[in-house]
Design a protein around this ligand. Structure first.
Ligand code: UDP
Length: 397
């Protein structure tokens, strides 16, 4: 049986970047994934020529030129700009919080009027130093916006009261006194033309994706140096939930991108995650909601948002080029339990402490590198995952 330098567990972004970089530096890499496909949660699937973001909407954005230049090598990016719409009981608001939002909420027209309104509501709430998400939100945008656009959505997404959530989560969203509804404060933004799966396949050097454990086949050589081999449908864990010794023995080192607590059989207790369920429908109409993302910010609607996938791409609404169908996904958030897919780490104090304990165990595991959103238990965006993988490669390769 072949011997590899690295066994990469998980063919998502972290694993793919690591494999690419390691192979480029002459290493032999075996990549495995439990799912029948590569690309982890950025996986896109074609339905009626629409790239469906099967595990949730992913909009690539970054401020790091290094990361932007890096991804350009594996995909061409379109100029998509994320501008979600919030639907609160049929009232539509512009996101992120900007002058269009303030005008719709309060009728204010100038930035001064908007700033005054926010200041007035912040004063009334008497918040000086925000201690949780609720206080942080009110101090950023005032009570009205908190009540209509934040509270319901956040409590559905996280399944916890806003008073028990960390403030940093809401700081992900910009607040602007300009008429700018670009959701991200990022210099670079876009969606890979042809879908994310193709981009990740290119990172894996176009290696044939094989089913099962017949290792040693389908190896591709990268730059005439190292190599990558990809096998899907291979679970790193045995029936008892223990990392498989026979798989580990195939390589000198393991790069593990699954949940850190799962690696250790949850022996210190369960870290909390939020899971997401998608109800995806193919509709016999060309336009369902006129936007890629509509967030349902009330607390009564059971889903958090509806994604209409075709609007991530261009040319899907041109006359003549029109696709008479559309694919939508309703997104439902739930507390993770064993057997579910973990999506969002709940980065609060309690889980932070437990993570630190797992991190100590992980550090003692000298032949295993833990990386990515699940391996590092961090609410990472895609660009941060890539940066983290590149940094790791620079450090150890
Ligand atoms: N959020 C909100 N209302 C919205 C959208 C987002 O209150 O309409 C809050 C919510 O707490 C959410 C956080 O902002 O958890 C971050 O949202 P983001 O869109 O970054 O979440 P993701 O796309 O990662 O699910």
């Amino acid at each position: 049986m072949s011997k590899y330098d690295y066994l990469v567990v998980g063919a998502g972004l972290y694993g793919a970047v690591f494999a690419q970089e390691a192979a480029k530096r002459g290493k032999k890499v075996l990549v495995i994934d439990r799912r029948p496909n590569i690309a982890g949660n950025v996986y896109t699937e074609d339905i009626e020529k629409i790239h469906v973001h099967k595990y949730g909407a992913h909009i690539f954005h970054t401020n790091e030129k290094r990361v932007w230049d890096y991804v350009q090598r594996f995909a061409t990016f379109n100029r998509f700009t994320n501008s979600p719409v919030a639907n609160f009981h049929g009232e539509l608001y512009s996101l992120p919080f900007n002058m269009f939002t303030f005008n719709r909420m309060w009728g204010v027209v100038t930035p001064e009027e908007a700033a005054e309104k926010i200041e007035e509501q912040r004063r009334e709430a008497g918040i000086t130093e925000p201690k949780n998400l609720e206080e942080q939100a009110i101090s950023l945008v005032g009570t009205d916006i908190y009540e209509k656009l934040i509270k319901g959505y956040t409590e559905k997404q996280w399944g916890r009261p806003c008073t028990e959530l960390p403030a940093f989560i809401i700081k992900r969203l910009p607040v602007r006194l300009t008429f700018d509804n670009n959701y991200f404060n990022a210099l670079y933004q876009g969606i890979p033309v042809g879908g994310y799966t193709k981009m990740v396949a290119n990172m894996l050097a176009g290696a044939t994706v094989q089913e099962g454990e017949d290792f040693g086949n389908g190896v591709v050589t990268v730059d005439g140096a190292g190599s990558i081999e990809v096998h899907v449908g291979v679970d790193f864990f045995d029936a008892e939930g223990t990392p498989r010794a026979d798989l580990k023995a195939l390589a000198d080192k393991v790069v593990y991108t699954g949940a850190i607590d799962a690696y250790f059989g949850y022996k210190l207790g369960y870290l909390e995650y939020r899971s997401v369920r998608f109800e995806t429908e193919l509709l016999d109409k060309s336009n369902f909601q006129g936007n890629a993302a509509v967030n349902y910010t009330d607390s009564e609607t059971l889903w958090t948002r509806i994604i209409e996938h075709k609007w991530f791409e261009f040319g899907k609404d041109d006359e003549g080029n029109d696709i008479p169908k559309t694919v939508i996904s309703r997104e439902y958030s739930s507390e993770w339990k064993p057997g579910d897919e973990p999506y969002y780490p709940v980065n609060d104090e309690k889980n932070g402490k437990l993570y630190e304990k797992y991190k100590k165990l992980a550090d003692a595991e000298s032949d295993v590198i833990f990386g990515g959103r699940l391996g590092e238990y961090k609410y990472y965006d895609m660009d941060k995952v890539i940066a983290s993988a590149l940094d790791m490669c620079d450090r150890i390769l």
